[in-house]
Design a protein around this ligand. Structure first.
Ligand code: ATP
Length: 627
């Protein structure tokens, strides 16, 4: 059976394409400039492969011209141009890319950087123009041609005059519309901004006659407007330069301009990778956390460039959440872009790049931790919380990546330390990595629960952020050592048999009294017992379940109705006189013993920073004692 060709209503197809591919009208300029750059690249390629062209790289340029009265914007280039047939096939056939064909035919060469591949970019000009005229003369040809279309009812192709080879795209910009402002595409300021945004790193100069206010010659305070030919683009991207050609100031200046920060970055990471995925990346770790960093408004992501053209301003997939503070950009020729160049078709290459960047960021941070400790501590003050959220996130799946980067304040070093530094200092008889939780270092410093551990010379990590204990629970252990809260049931002390026996006997002596105290407190505590961890303080609270008292405090402060309850144990210091006073009261006056019990329990809550249930009753009980 004879095969039939698909038929397409080209007018409808064009309309559909113009209005559905791109989300931002302004990208038409990026597309036309990219085409001009491709055309120049093709001619430049020819000059490299043919000896007698007499062309050199400096001869090439792209020009923009605004005629706001006539509503005309012109983009011209002195590239390879198009013959009649090429105009017909390239601009008369939707989705035919002469550039892709060229690239395939010539195979990639270092000096050229062809951008076009889908054969649709040109038509984006109809998003902003009521009429598009293309005047083109192919290099080496005598005759120039004019292609003209309104984008809806076909095109005309006629002979015309054009002195030099190259192409001119003349756009008749649409009239303003109720909800569309087209006038802006006739404003020098806007056009200059668009070139900077999307086409700053096109490798040929993009020139425009611009109006400049200048001091009138021979005067001191008279100004005049002069027309000056200006190159609008930077051309050579800083990240494609050799590292040793770039000064720290240059790196910092670029950062401040591009990412709107007043302060210098804490670290610059510049990497050029070749291999399975080839890319350049220039990353910065900010010196200060942006004011909205820990809010929902903060958007993470790196700028993504393909062959020097901006594809995406904030590509979130390039950064994991825990490194969301990193700013910067990635430039790669290997990306499979979708037709609008607004997204990536499938993210395999992107994933590969992201995973390498992640490792690079980690190794640079570790290096900073090792060689520039103060700077690292500053960095951690800014972004440490995010790293700790990262540890907690996804049930600790990022443990390997993050556990070496976190710092906690140390009771013995009096400064933030890493987990491996802690482990390296652990005593021979020390079973666990100890930690204590509280609102501030000063407050934890005074916690009775830390007394015995400190006395034995054990180091304690102070957890002052709400997330700390949750994050560490996800870690479970570090370097084979489990974490233990100073308030937990078992602190892992090695006790001799005689000590154990003495403790057992002592506990037996108070068994009945503790049962009485437990009964008095009801389900507020799960047990009353002698303490292993106190030295001078009379009482403290310990927790015996999976949920610590600190976690209870944090979870209950969250804005939801579900309240949780940690299992609390009231511990009494065996060496404190209060125990004898209690015993005396228990034996002679049960009512008094009951009051003492309530008082001690409330005291323990206060020390812990947990609000007491009935402050009035508590203060009355103290008054009763005084009277
Ligand atoms: N200024 C120009 N000079 C020479 N040829 C051009 C010019 N502009 C467009 N062309 C030709 O027209 C073809 C179609 O252009 P169009 O912008 O629609 O697609 P493309 O650039 O190939 O691909 P993409 O859709 O990815 O941009 C190009 O491939 C190129 O061969």
């Amino acid at each position: 059976m004879a095969k039939k060709q698909f038929k397409a209503e080209s007018k409808r197809l064009l309309d559909l394409m113009i209005h559905s591919i791109y989300t931002h009208k302004e990208i038409f300029l990026r597309e036309l400039i990219s085409n001009a750059s491709d055309a120049i690249d093709k001619l430049y390629y020819r000059s490299l492969t043919e000896n007698n062209t007499g062309l050199s790289r400096e001869d090439f340029e792209i020009r923009l011209d605004i005629n706001s009265e006539e509503r005309i914007l012109t983009i011209s280039d002195n590239g390879i141009g198009m013959t009649r047939e090429e105009l017909e096939s390239n601009l008369g056939t939707i989705a035919r890319s002469g550039s892709l064909a060229f690239k395939k035919e010539k195979e990639a060469k270092d000096e050229i950087d062809i951008i076009g591949q889908f054969g649709v970019g040109f038509y984006s000009s109809f998003m902003v123009s009521s009429n598009v005229t293309v005047i083109s003369k192919a290099y080496g040809e005598e005759q120039a041609y004019m292609w003209e279309s309104t984008g809806s009812d076909g095109y005309t192709l006629t002979e015309c005059d054009k002195p030099n080879y190259g192409t001119e795209i003349i756009l008749k910009i649409k009239e303003n519309h109720e909800d569309e402002n087209y006038d802006e595409f006739l404003q020098e300021y806007k056009i200059r901004g668009l070139v900077k945004k999307y086409s700053d790193y096109i490798r040929y100069p993009i020139k425009m006659n611009t109006q400049q206010r200048k001091l009138k010659e021979g005067t001191e305070d008279e100004y005049e407007t002069v027309i000056e030919d200006q190159t609008l683009n930077s051309m050579v991207p800083i990240w494609r330069k050799n590292k040793n050609e770039i000064s720290t100031e240059e790196y910092h200046h670029f950062y401040q301009e591009k990412f709107y920060d007043f302060s210098d970055p804490a670290k610059v990471i510049h990497t050029n990778v070749e291999g399975v995925s080839t890319y350049n990346a220039l990353l910065y770790i900010p010196g200060k956390a942006p004011y909205n960093y820990y809010t929902k408004e903060y958007e993470k992501g790196l700028q993504l460039y393909s062959s020097g053209v901006l594809i995406m301003d904030k590509c979130a997939d390039l950064l994991p959440d825990y490194f969301s503070f990193v700013k910067g950009l990635v430039d790669s020729q290997d990306l499979s872009l979708n037709i609008s160049r607004e997204m990536l078709q499938h993210d395999r290459q992107l994933k590969a790049i992201a995973s390498r960047l992640e490792k690079k960021i980690k190794s640079e941070l570790l290096e900073m931790q090792k060689t520039e400790r103060e700077k690292y501590e500053d960095f951690f003050k800014n972004f440490g919380l995010q790293l700790k959220y990262g540890l907690y996130d996804r049930f600790g799946a990022n443990k390997e990546m993050l556990q070496d980067l976190v710092l906690f304040y140390s009771s013995t070093e009096n400064k933030p330390v890493t987990l491996s530094e802690y482990v390296s200092r652990m005593k021979l008889d020390q079973k666990y990595i100890y930690y204590a939780c509280g609102d501030s270092v000063e407050r934890i410093e005074r916690l009775p629960q830390t007394e015995m551990l400190k006395d034995k010379g054990f180091e304690i990590l102070y957890f002052t952020d709400d997330i700390d204990e949750f994050a560490i629970r996800m870690l479970h252990e570090f370097d084979g050592k489990e974490f233990r809260s100073v308030s937990s049931d078992d602190l892992g002390f090695e006790e001799s048999e005689t000590d154990k026996e003495a403790a057992r006997k002592e506990a037996e002596d108070y068994q009945d009294m503790f049962a009485f105290m437990k009964e008095t407190l009801g389900d507020k505590v799960s047990e009353v017992r002698l303490s292993q961890r106190l030295k001078t303080h009379p009482v403290c609270l310990a927790s015996s379940g999976g949920l610590s008292i600190e976690m209870e405090k944090i979870l209950n402060a969250m804005p939801n109705d579900e309240k949780v309850k940690a299992e609390k144990v009231l511990e009494i210091n065996a060496g404190h006189q209060v125990l004898q006073a209690l015993k005396k009261a228990y034996e002679s006056d049960k009512e008094k013993a009951g009051k003492y019990t309530e008082l001690l329990y409330n005291q323990a809550l206060l020390i812990e920073g947990v609000p007491i249930e009935d402050p009035v009753a508590f203060s009355n009980a103290i008054c009763d004692l005084i009277i």
